[in-house]
Design a protein around this ligand. Structure first.
Ligand SMILES: [Cu+2]
Length: 109
């Protein structure tokens, strides 16, 4: 996936996460929605918030380094398919530093 044009990073949108900009690479543009896939381990599932916390590996398409962060789930069904400690692959819509999960699948060997 091609990089989106670079935009001004809004520090207030980062939810306290520290991202390390890499020289010669772009940050995702705030406001532009990008689809990407990633892999990681489920750290927490919050049914009430409709969110999954994932310790994810770096996502090159978004220039995201590896980190632990919460993703909103696009629908509640996704939350029923994952367990804490499970290794998963996932698809997301990313907007700035926020990610919405659109699919999750087990990545067990
Ligand atoms: Cu992240």
């Amino acid at each position: 996936m091609p990089h989106m044009p670079i935009g001004d990073m809004d520090a207030g949108s980062m939810n306290g996460m520290r991202m390390q900009p890499m020289p010669g690479m772009h940050d995702t543009t705030q406001g532009a929605q990008v689809n990407a896939t990633g892999t990681g381990v489920v750290e927490a599932v919050d049914q009430a918030q409709g969110a999954v916390t994932i310790k994810h590996q770096a996502i090159a398409a978004l220039d995201w380094p590896a980190m632990t962060m919460a993703f909103k789930a696009a629908n509640a069904e996704l939350l029923k398919e994952v367990k804490v400690g499970e290794k998963i692959g996932f698809g997301l819509h990313a907007q700035g530093m926020n990610g919405t999960l659109i699919w999750i699948k087990s990545a067990q060997p």
